[in-house]
Design a protein around this ligand. Structure first.
Ligand SMILES: Nc1nc2c(c(=O)[nH]1)N[C@H]1C(S)=C(S)[C@@H](COP(=O)(O)O)O[C@H]1N2
Ligand SMILES: [Mo]
Length: 346
């Protein structure tokens, strides 16, 4: 099977990953939904843009409206990037560190690398005109409001800086040359490359551009570090950490003959410069061979290691990557109550 079923969420199983292709097929990509996938028609779809951060301010009732055809008239843009949930690896807070955290118990499969097809958000905003002091943009999805316990948090939405919008943000209608599937945001989603998955709002309904900092529960209550050792004003999480996974199931059974094992490492902050692996639970380490790295783009790195003499018995395999910013995977991830950023060696 290809997924672990978590109800409205689905996790990619690393043991099912074909080691050859670089990109994650859309049909194999993890799904993370706060509620459920809405059915939206491309022909009636419109993206609404408003706010006091536009050069001509507009209220929500008087929003500018972009149809799908309007967006397709802008210059097309493609980018290969990792998409990853902030809580990827969360179950290892419990399994590896004995700590209790809330949220979906992902192993390491809430991640993929895809090639996005769409337009640059920069081009959309430039065509409208921004106020010189615009700072913040709130993206809101068209899925049902998120209700947890007795609290209605409203529609899934999250603000991000205008700087990110003008840098590499994408309005994507496709993935790997196909239309987005409904589960992945059809007909249009936002993509903030390198940032936590929640920043890439699916089924994008509106963008509010503001001259003051906007907030939502998804940057104040969720998707920031919380817990005893964190300050009450810890900032919203943005850039993803460094992580690695073997292309194996958790309790894989291998033949006791020479074998080449494969895996992938990735970082939200740039390319992977080195990967070390251990085949003996951390006693000894050796460099993995980096087989395919992302080039100009922001995808993951595929690596391999030749295991010449596997003996019968139980073995613990570890992988540890370092990115070009010098960020590396720690042996222990920093505890936080919502289980974000488990970046330790697994
Ligand atoms: N509108 C909307 N956008 C959303 C979400 C959501 O529930 N609703 N989930 C977010 C989270 S937490 C993640 S990790 C990514 C997952 O994208 P995928 O389901 O296409 O893999 O979408 C983000 N965008
Ligand atoms: Mo997520």
């Amino acid at each position: 099977s290809y997924f672990t079923d978590f109800g409205t969420n689905a996790e990619m199983l690393w043991g099912s990953v074909d080691p050859r292709p670089y990109l994650t097929p859309q049909s194999r990509l993890f799904v993370r939904n706060h509620t459920r996938t809405p059915q939206i028609s491309r022909t009636t779809y419109a993206l609404r843009v408003f706010g006091d951060g536009l050069s001509t301010p507009r209220t929500e009732d008087d929003a500018l409206s972009f149809t799908f055809a309007d967006l397709q008239r802008l210059p097309h843009h493609e980018l290969t990037a990792v998409l990853e949930c902030t809580g990827n690896g969360r179950r290892f807070f419990k399994d590896q560190q004995g700590q209790t955290v809330s949220g979906t118990g992902w192993s390491l499969g809430a991640v993929g690398t895809v090639r996005w097809n769409g337009v640059r958000l920069r081009d959309v905003l430039t065509s409208i005109g921004l106020a010189p002091d615009a700072v913040s943009i709130q993206a809101t999805g068209l899925d049902d409001p998120f209700v947890s316990g007795t609290t209605d948090y409203g529609r899934v939405r999250r603000p991000f800086p205008v700087g990110k919008a003008l840098d590499d943000a994408i309005l994507a209608w496709g993935m790997n040359g196909e239309d987005l599937l409904p589960d992945h945001g059809y007909p249009l989603r936002l993509v903030l490359p390198g940032w936590v998955g929640i920043a890439s709002i699916k089924w994008l309904g509106s963008l509010e551009v503001s001259r003051t900092e906007l907030t939502s529960p998804w940057n104040t209550t969720f998707y920031r570090m919380t817990g005893p050792q964190w300050p009450a004003d810890s900032p919203p999480l943005t850039v993803n950490p460094v992580r690695s996974a073997w292309e194996l199931d958790r309790d894989a059974v291998l033949p006791s003959r020479p074998v080449t094992l494969t895996g992938r490492s990735w970082s939200g902050a740039g390319r992977i410069s080195r990967v070390s692996v251990s085949l003996d639970g951390g006693e000894s380490w050796r460099p993995a061979v980096l087989d395919r790295r992302s080039r100009e783009d922001e995808g993951w790195t595929q690596w391999s290691v030749r295991w010449a003499d596997p003996r019968p018995g139980r073995h613990e395999l570890l992988a540890r990557a370092t990115d070009e910013q010098g960020r590396t995977q720690p042996l222990v991830a920093v505890f936080n109550t919502q289980g974000y950023f488990f970046d330790a060696v697994v």
